[in-house]
Design a protein. Structure first.
Lengths: 115, 901
C-alpha cells in the first residue's frame, strides 16, 4: 500500500532510472520480469510503480548491452519463466550509475534546498 | 545491436512472446491468490501488462535495421505482385531485357574497340611516331594495314631519337602455311627487336623476341606464336616450343607462346605468329622493302621516358626530322613531291588504346547504334511507365486508404518502387546475359573470310557499371513517376472520384497521352533512320558498278615457291590463263592486276601532249584480252586488247573509261590520241595510244563516284615489273565448288608449288558493304522493334481510355450517337496523339539524320520520301492498333455501360 499522502509516481520514470533500478534489483540475485517489477515497487514502498509494458523493452536493452544475461527457469509457483542475472559488466555499470545518480540528486538538491 | 540479432530477430520475438505469456500467468496466479475469480484475474493481468503486441514490436524494432527490414518486405511484396500478374511481368522483363541487352552488347563492342587500353605495361606511356601531316608527297607502294613509315625512315628514328626509353616498328603480313595447293594463311607480324621489351609483355611459356633476334640478314630467325594459334595448331601443348614452323616456305623455330590477353597493337585484330623484322626478305625475296625509301609498310611506337610528355616528344621529333628526311629522300621524288617530303615532320601521338582500322570504320556507327538502342530502351520504358500508371490508377483507392490510416507517402512510393526495381534488375540481368550472345553475333557479322577480326569481349567494370546504371535509370523512369503520381492525390479526392464520375480529368490523363506522343516521336526517328540505312544499302546493291557481279570467280595464284625468274613469268601467266579459260563451265577468263572493289589500287599522274592536266591522277589496271568480256564491261568505242596485235614489241596501247574521256578530252573521240605516265627526269616515258573506250566502272570502292581509269594490256607489261603473283577473273555458270576444284587441278598440273586462293566477286562486293549491311540490318531491326512497342503503347492507352469512358460513351449513345460517331471519336483521339508524335518525331528525325549523313549513300539525310514513307507506315500500323479499342467502344450496349458503374 502506498504511504498516506504520497501518491505513486506513474508514467515515464526519469530517463535511464528504470535501467539502474533493474540492475540494483538483480544485484540481489536472479529474478524474472514479474518479480523484478514487484521488487522495485516493494523496495520503493510502492512509491514507484513499474509500467509492465516498458519493463520488457528495458530488459531487452540491458541484455543487448550485455549488462544482464537471461535463462529459463521455474518460478516459485512452478511456472516456466525467463530469469535474468547480473553480469560482471552489469555490476560495474551499477556502481557507476549509482554514483552518477548520487551526483544528480546532490545537484538537484543544491538547487531545490539551498543551504 | 549485433548483426546476429538481426538474423535471429524472429526467434527472439517468439522468446519474448513466451516470456510475456509467463508474466501473465504469474500475475494471474498472484491475482487468484489475492482472491479474484480466475477469469477476472487473467483480465486484470492483461490490463496491467498493457498491449503485448506493442511491447513485442518495440523489442523487434530494437533488433532490426528498419530500412533493411522494410526493403526486404518491399522486395517480397514486389515479387508477390509480379507473380500475381505474370503476363505484365513477362512483357516488362522481356522488353527491358531486349533493350538493356542491345545497349550492353553495343557498349561492350565500343568498350573493346574504343575505351579500353592495350593489355600491355603502362599503356598510357605508349606513343605512335608518324608523319604529322602526310598529305601529298608520299607515293610508292603501300602495304600492311598501317603503312606509316618506310624502313629507312624507321632506322633513322631508331638511331636518332632521344624521347623514348625504347621504340619499335612492326608490320602485319599474311604468312602462307602451306607449300602448294590451296593457301592457308597465318596472320603474321614482322616486329623489330625492341617490340616486346617496349610493350613489357612477357611470354606465357618460352621467351619473347629480343634485339639479338633482329639482325639484318638473319637466316634462321625464331618465331613467337599467339595463344589462339597455339591452341588451334598445337592443341596447347608446351612441346610446341622448339618445334619449327613453315612460313612462306621458310622454317622458323618457335621459341615462345604469348598469353591469351595479348592481341598485339591493333584493336579488332589478333596475330598468329610474330617474327623479327629482319625476316622480311625471306618472304619477299628480291622485292624486300627493307631498303626501299618509298615502300611504306611500317608503324612505329615508342615508350616515353619517365619525365617526357607527348608535346615534348613531338617537339624533339620535329627538331630531328629534317636531316632524317634528307637522308632517306627517294631518288624518284622530284620537284613538288620532294619538297613536300623534305618538309615532313614526325610527331608523337598517344597510342595507349592501340591503333585500329576497325575503330576508324566502326566507331561512329557504334555510337550511332548505341544511341539507337538507347532510344529503343527509352521507348520501352515509356511503355512500362504507361502500364505502371494504369496499375497505379487501379490501386488509387487502396493507396488512398493506406494514406488515410497513416502510411507515409515515402513509404508507399518506396513500396511501389520496389516492384519497378525488381523488374529493372531482372530485366537488366537477363539483358546482360543476352548481350553476351548479341555482341558475339555482331562480331561474327563483321567477320569475313578476308577480314578476320578479333575483339576481346571481356567483361570489365565499365560494362557492369553501364548495365547497372541502365537498370537504375530505367527503373526511375518507369517506376518513380507513376509512384509519385499515385500517392500525389489527396486521399479524400481519390476515394470520391473513384466511385463516381464519368470521365477522367484531362490533367490526370494528360501524362499518359504525353508518354504516347513521346513514344511515337522517338519511334519515328528510329524508323526514319532504319529506312535511310536500308535505302542506302539498296542504292549501293543495285547501282550499276560497270561490271557484273554474278558468276565471277577470282583466283589468286602465288608463284613464289616455283622459283620462276620474273622475265619468264608472262608466258607462264598466259599459259595458265588459257588453260583456265578452256575448262568446262568457264565462259571466259582473263588476267587482272587489280580486281574492282578489292581495296587495292595503283595510280599515277598522266601527261597529255607534254603537259600535265589539272588533277592528273588516274587509276590504272593491267589486264589481258578478254577482261572486259569476262567482267561484262562493254567497250563503247574502238577495240578490246588483242594478244596477237598488242605484243611486247608493238606500240604501247591503252583503253580508257568514259570519265577519262570526259575529263581529259572534253568528250571528243580519243581513239588515236595518246598519253604518258609522269616519270622522274631521266626515266623514259612511253607513249600510250588510246585504242578503245570502256564503260565507267567502280575502282576501289562502290561508294566513290566514277573516276578516270586507264587499262594497259598485260601482254605489254615490262617483265622487270612482273611479280610472281597472278590474279585471274573467271566467268562461269557452273557451281562454285566445281570451278574451284577444276581450277585447282589445272593449276597443280602446271606446277605443284603454286599456292591458290579463291574469292567470288559477289562476296567481294558484299564484304565491301559490310558497314552498310550492319547498319541496315541492326537499325532495321531496332526501328521495327521501336514501332512495335510504340504501337502497343498507343493501343494500351486507347483501350484504357475507352474503358475509363464507358459511362460517357454510354450516355452519348443513349442520346443518339451512332456507332460510327463513337469510332470516329476514338479515332480522332488517337489521331491527335499520333499526329503530335509524328510532327515532333519528324523534326527530331531530320536533326538526328544529319549525324548519320556520312554513312548514307545516294540519299539526303532529310530525304522527304523516306520521311513520308516512315510516317505513313507508322501511322498505318498505329491507326490499326487504335481501331480495335474504337470498335470495342462502338459495340458497347448503352444500357449495360450505364448500369455498370
Amino acid at each position: 500500500m502506498p504511504k498516506r499522502g504520497m501518491p505513486p509516481i506513474h508514467g515515464d520514470m526519469l530517463q535511464g532510472t528504470l535501467d539502474v533500478l533493474i540492475l540494483k534489483t538483480l544485484a540481489l540475485g536472479p529474478a524474472h520480469g514479474h518479480a523484478i517489477a514487484y521488487a522495485i515497487e516493494r523496495q520503493s514502498d510502492d512509491v514507484l510503480t513499474v509500467e509492465h509494458g516498458s519493463l520488457y523493452p528495458a530488459l531487452h536493452r540491458l541484455e543487448d548491452r550485455e549488462w544482464i544475461a537471461s535463462f529459463w527457469g521455474t518460478s516459485e509457483n512452478n511456472r516456466k519463466a525467463r530469469y535474468y542475472r547480473l553480469t560482471p559488466a552489469g555490476r560495474k555499470q551499477l556502481t557507476e550509475q549509482t554514483s552518477r545518480w548520487d551526483e544528480l540528486v546532490r545537484a538537484v538538491n543544491r538547487i531545490l534546498k539551498p543551504a | 545491436m549485433s548483426i546476429k540479432r538481426f538474423f535471429y530477430r524472429s526467434r527472439w520475438d517468439d522468446e519474448r512472446a513466451r516470456e510475456l505469456e509467463a508474466h501473465l500467468a504469474i500475475e494471474t496466479d498472484d491475482n487468484i491468490a489475492r482472491g479474484m475469480a480466475p477469469e477476472d484475474a487473467r483480465l486484470a493481468a492483461q490490463r496491467k501488462l498493457g498491449n503485448r503486441t506493442l511491447v513485442r514490436e518495440q523489442i523487434y524494432q530494437m533488433n532490426t535495421i528498419s530500412l533493411l527490414d522494410s526493403a526486404w518486405r518491399d522486395f517480397r511484396y514486389g515479387l508477390r505482385l509480379l507473380r500475381l500478374n505474370p503476363s505484365f511481368a513477362i512483357v516488362a522483363i522481356l522488353s527491358l531485357a531486349l533493350g538493356v541487352g542491345a545497349n550492353t552488347a553495343i557498349f561492350q563492342l565500343l568498350d573493346a574497340v574504343r575505351l579500353r587500353t592495350l593489355p600491355v605495361n603502362d599503356p598510357q606511356q605508349l606513343v605512335e611516331v608518324r608523319i604529322g601531316d602526310a598529305t601529298g608527297g608520299r607515293t610508292g607502294s603501300f602495304t600492311s594495314r598501317r603503312p606509316m613509315l618506310t624502313n629507312p625512315l624507321w632506322e633513322q628514328i631508331r638511331d636518332h631519337q632521344q624521347a623514348f626509353s625504347s621504340a619499335f616498328a612492326y608490320s602485319n603480313v599474311g604468312f602462307n602455311l602451306t607449300t602448294g595447293g590451296e593457301a592457308r594463311y597465318a596472320q603474321g607480324v614482322w616486329a623489330s627487336g625492341e617490340f616486346f621489351s617496349t610493350l613489357g609483355v612477357p611470354a606465357l611459356i618460352g621467351r619473347t623476341l629480343t634485339s639479338d633476334d633482329d639482325r639484318r640478314g638473319c637466316a634462321a630467325p625464331p618465331a613467337v606464336i599467339g595463344y589462339g594459334f597455339w591452341r588451334r595448331e598445337y592443341a596447347g601443348s608446351p612441346s610446341a616450343i622448339g618445334r619449327s614452323i613453315m612460313l612462306d616456305g621458310h622454317s622458323y623455330d618457335i621459341v615462345g607462346v604469348m598469353p591469351a590477353s595479348f592481341f598485339g597493337l591493333e584493336v579488332g585484330r589478333t596475330f598468329d605468329v610474330i617474327v623479327p623484322l629482319c625476316a622480311e626478305p625471306l618472304s619477299r625475296g628480291a622485292r624486300s622493302n627493307l631498303d626501299k625509301p618509298d615502300s611504306w609498310f611500317l608503324a612505329a611506337f615508342g615508350r616515353l621516358k619517365p619525365d617526357w610528355t607527348i608535346e615534348r616528344a613531338t617537339a624533339h621529333l620535329a627538331a630531328i626530322s629534317p636531316p632524317m628526311f634528307q637522308t632517306t629522300l627517294p631518288t624518284r621524288y622530284v620537284e613538288e613531291e620532294a619538297k613536300r617530303y623534305l618538309n615532313f615532320k614526325l610527331q608523337a601521338f598517344a597510342a595507349g588504346t592501340g591503333v585500329s582500322q576497325l575503330r576508324r570504320n566502326y566507331e561512329s556507327p557504334l555510337w550511332l547504334l548505341l544511341a539507337t538502342t538507347g532510344l529503343v530502351l527509352l521507348i520501352a520504358c515509356a511503355n512500362l511507365a504507361n502500364l505502371m500508371l494504369a496499375r497505379a490508377t487501379a490501386r488509387e483507392r487502396e493507396v488512398a486508404v493506406r494514406l488515410a490510416i497513416g502510411a507515409s507517402r515515402g513509404r508507399i512510393v518506396r513500396q511501389m518502387l520496389a516492384e519497378s526495381l525488381l523488374i529493372a534488375a531482372i530485366g537488366a540481368a537477363s539483358g546482360a546475359v543476352l548481350a553476351q550472345w548479341l555482341s558475339r553475333f555482331l562480331v561474327g557479322f563483321l567477320n569475313t573470310d578476308n577480314n578476320q577480326i578479333f575483339v576481346a569481349l571481356a567483361l570489365d567494370w565499365r560494362i557492369f557499371a553501364f548495365t547497372s546504371a541502365l537498370a537504375v535509370a530505367t527503373c526511375l523512369i518507369f517506376g518513380l513517376m507513376p509512384a509519385m503520381r499515385a500517392t500525389g492525390t489527396a486521399p479524400g479526392l481519390a476515394m470520391k472520384s473513384g466511385s463516381r464520375g464519368s470521365t477522367d480529368t484531362r490533367e490526370r490523363f494528360g501524362l499518359r497521352r504525353a508518354l504516347v506522343v513521346v513514344q511515337v516521336a522517338l519511334s519515328l526517328v528510329l524508323v526514319v533512320g532504319a529506312l535511310l540505312f536500308v535505302r542506302s544499302l539498296r542504292n549501293l546493291m543495285t547501282l550499276d558498278a560497270g561490271f557484273a557481279q554474278d558468276g565471277i570467280v577470282i583466283a589468286n595464284l602465288d608463284l613464289r615457291r616455283t622459283g620462276t625468274p620474273s622475265e619468264q613469268l608472262p608466258p607462264v601467266f598466259e599459259d595458265i590463263t588459257t588453260r583456265l579459260a578452256s575448262l568446262p563451265g568457264v565462259l571466259s577468263a582473263a588476267q587482272a592486276f587489280i580486281v574492282p572493289v578489292s581495296g587495292s589500287g595503283w595510280n599515277n599522274s598522266i601527261v597529255i601532249n607534254g603537259t600535265k592536266p589539272k588533277s592528273a591522277v588516274v587509276n590504272f589496271n593491267s589486264v589481258s584480252a578478254g577482261y572486259f568480256k569476262t567482267m561484262g564491261t562493254p567497250i563503247l568505242r574502238g577495240r578490246d586488247f588483242d594478244d596477237r596485235i598488242d605484243t611486247a614489241a608493238s606500240a604501247k596501247v591503252a583503253i580508257v573509261t568514259e570519265s577519262f574521256v570526259k575529263k581529259y578530252f572534253e568528250g571528243q573521240n580519243p581513239i588515236g590520241q595518246a598519253f604518258q605516265i609522269e616519270e622522274p627526269p631521266g626515266v623514259p616515258r612511253p607513249l600510250y595510244q588510246i585504242v578503245g573506250v570502256a564503260k565507267d566502272t567502280k575502282y576501289t570502292d562502290l561508294r566513290e563516284p566514277f573516276g578516270p581509269i586507264g587499262f594497259f594490256p598485260s601482254s605489254q607489261a615490262d617483265p622487270k615489273d612482273v611479280a610472281p603473283f597472278l590474279q585471274v577473273v573467271l566467268r562461269s555458270n557452273a557451281p562454285l565448288t566445281t570451278i574451284t576444284s577444276q581450277v585447282s587441278a589445272a593449276v597443280t598440273n602446271v606446277n605443284r608449288s603454286i599456292v591458290l586462293q579463291f574469292q567470288t566477286m559477289q562476296s567481294q562486293v558484299r564484304d565491301s558493304l559490310l558497314r552498310e549491311r550492319l547498319m541496315a540490318t541492326l537499325s532495321g531491326f531496332f526501328g521495327a522493334l521501336a514501332g512495335l512497342i510504340a504501337t502497343i503503347g498507343l493501343y494500351g492507352v486507347m483501350s484504357y481510355m475507352v474503358a475509363r469512358r464507358r459511362n460517357e460513351i454510354g450516355i452519348r449513345m443513349a442520346l443518339g450517337a451512332d456507332r460510327r460517331d463513337v469510332v470516329r471519336m476514338v479515332m480522332r483521339e488517337a489521331g491527335v496523339l499520333l499526329g503530335a508524335g509524328l510532327i515532333v518525331g519528324g523534326v527530331m528525325a531530320v536533326l538526328a539524320a544529319r549525324t548519320a549523313s556520312t554513312l548514307l549513300f545516294g540519299l539526303h539525310p532529310g530525304d522527304p520520301a523516306t520521311l513520308a514513307m516512315s510516317a505513313i507506315a507508322l501511322a498505318a500500323v498505329a491507326m490499326l492498333a487504335s481501331y480495335l479499342p474504337a470498335l470495342r467502344a462502338a459495340r458497347l450496349e448503352p444500357t449495360e455501360a450505364l448500369r455498370d458503374e
